[in-house]
Design a binder for this molecule. Structure first.
Ligand code: FCB
Length: 521
């Protein structure tokens, strides 16, 4: 009950400042050294899926064998062809359109968040050799970035892993994968750590394990009723077994980095968690507790073990023996602290309790016995975007930052992803004049600036994404980029949002809601 009262107070405080900001947005309001960047991930942009010694990844195999699970039946074989277009080089020097590092430089970002393809570095995992061409690719990318004053911010695991490890260990379900990840991380620290000062172990393992092992949407497509009908899997316990292996893989990599690399390389290491902000649908105790449960299954699931060595109470009570327990040795390994928390935040949503009254549980929040909805009394929580369930609710950004700072010892935060999706359209003009994205980014950046003014410990912001790319099960049907990509010619064209972000970074962003700005203005 005390917990519920605390939550009510927190939410009341939240609602009190859920009012649109009328302040100007000025880069000068952010602390010196604040990282402003854009983000991508290997599978979504690189292409070159079988080139220069790269092994097959789980996503290569899945998109080829389960093309029906991808909205447009397509895959990341070529994607943005970034592997060949990251800089002006041998093969690409003749191209008209500027290359990707040059694009970032022209925007004025001081950091770029990207992920390394595990299968490009270790095509067969620990038992095969290191692929020197893979090392060379990331080496050159890192050098090109640093030459332009862009700080590399590197994710080790962003959903893709060598297919061979999927086969050998059942992916994240087998404890043997922990040593594999530890080895992979070590190879990367050794190869790139003299220049990479920001490492994250995993991207959104909380969302990935649910989509993979509970809802069966991601490879290898595991689930069981009521969450879905897959050929194999068990939605009641597989997500938690996989999560346990991921948490311990993370812990081992952090331990290695702290013991063997950090002092001489001088970098920092963290983890990135997907964080929706859940508001109670109604002001009733059951919905308030439902919002808390949803946050617990979303955020505390991974961060509580990393900070406190234990799964959150709500999960232990609800899942009982389906939730693994940490051994003493595991708890000791978890005592290493992360240097920062990566927050991927896109939306807020209402949480409705499903314990007191039945609801559809075949959903992302179903395991928390919560139903998430964007509607309250027929009014939507925020403007729609192209992805169902993703609304434009900028004020929630400040809330989530505050919440994470409060719960996790005021650990520094980097907002590692935030962005807006557009539908693919036949009209180039529609896609380039992305007013919705400009307003979304302006709103969310204002919310971060407000958090900064109130003393939040936040140090960076990355727009998802620098350019349109392969959006997992949505294929190429939605576009998140500030640059439009023509996937036939690979031409990159700046959208209005790219120009807006550049203007903001240069110190003269337009104020107020944008209605009519043209991309060429
Ligand atoms: C996040 C993923 C990223 C991208 C965005 C839209 O969940 O980390 O790869 O798909 O969503």
């Amino acid at each position: 009950m005390a917990a519920a009262t605390g939550v009510v107070m927190l939410l009341a405080a939240a609602l009190a400042i859920l009012a649109p900001s009328t302040r100007a947005l000025d880069r000068a309001e952010f602390p010196p050294g604040f990282l402003f960047g854009a983000a991508t991930s290997a599978y979504q942009i690189e292409g070159a899926y079988l080139e220069d010694g790269k092994g097959l990844s789980n996503w290569d195999v899945f998109t080829h064998t389960h093309s029906g699970n991808i909205a447009d039946g397509r895959n990341g074989d070529v994607a943005d062809d970034h592997y060949h277009r990251y800089m002006h080089g041998t093969e690409s020097a003749h191209r008209q359109s500027p290359e990707d590092v040059e694009i970032m430089h022209s925007l004025g970002v001081n950091s770029y968040r990207f992920s390394i393809s595990w299968a490009r570095i270790l095509p067969r995992g620990r038992l095969g050799g290191v692929n020197s061409a893979g090392i060379a690719f990331y080496d050159q990318l890192i050098v090109a970035l640093l030459q332009k004053g862009i700080e590399p911010f590197v994710t080790l695991h962003h959903f893709d892993l060598p297919h061979e490890l999927e086969t050998r260990y059942g992916g994240w379900l087998g404890a043997g994968i922990r040593e594999e990840f530890d080895h992979y991380a070590d190879v990367c620290f050794q190869a790139f750590g003299d220049r990479v000062k920001f490492w994250t172990t995993f991207n959104e393992p909380n969302m990935m394990t649910r989509l993979t092992y509970m809802l069966g949407m991601y490879p290898p497509n595991h689930c069981s009723p009521p969450f879905g009908n897959c050929n194999s899997g068990n939605s009641q316990w597989e997500p938690y077994v996989a999560a346990h292996n991921i948490i311990m893989s993370h812990a081992a990599a952090v331990d290695n980095y702290k013991k063997n690399y950090q002092a001489k390389q001088g970098g920092s290491i963290g983890i990135v968690i997907s964080m929706k902000y859940y508001e109670p649908l109604t002001n009733t105790t059951v919905d308030i507790l439902a919002a808390r449960r949803a946050l617990s299954f979303e955020i505390h699931w991974f961060l509580d073990p990393i900070f406190f060595g234990e799964y959150p109470k709500e999960m232990r009570e609800m899942l009982s023996s389906n939730l693994p327990k940490f051994t003493l040795a595991e708890k000791i390994l978890l005592e290493n602290k992360v240097d920062f928390i990566g927050v991927n935040h896109y939306t807020a949503i209402y949480a409705k309790d499903c314990i007191s009254s039945p609801c559809d549980l075949n959903t992302y929040e179903g395991n928390a016995l919560v139903f998430a909805t964007g509607q309250r009394d027929g009014v939507q929580i925020g403007k729609s975007t192209a992805l169902v369930g993703f609304y434009d609710v900028p004020e929630a950004m400040e809330q989530i930052i505050k919440y994470v700072n409060q719960r996790y010892e005021n650990t520094p935060i980097y907002v590692t992803e935030n962005g807006y999706s557009q539908h693919n359209s036949n009209s180039m003009e529609d896609m380039i004049n992305d007013v919705g994205r400009v307003n979304y980014l302006r709103g969310y950046l204002s919310s971060i600036s407000s958090a900064v003014r109130r003393g939040a410990n936040v140090h960076g912001y990355f727009v998802w994404s620098i350019m349109d790319n392969f959006e997992w099960v949505f294929g190429f049907t939605v576009r998140f980029g500030m640059y439009h990509v023509d996937f036939t010619t690979q031409e990159r064209t700046p959208k209005m949002s790219a120009k807006w972000y550049r203007d903001f970074l240069m110190g003269y962003a337009p104020l107020g809601e944008v209605q009519t700005l043209r991309a060429d203005s």
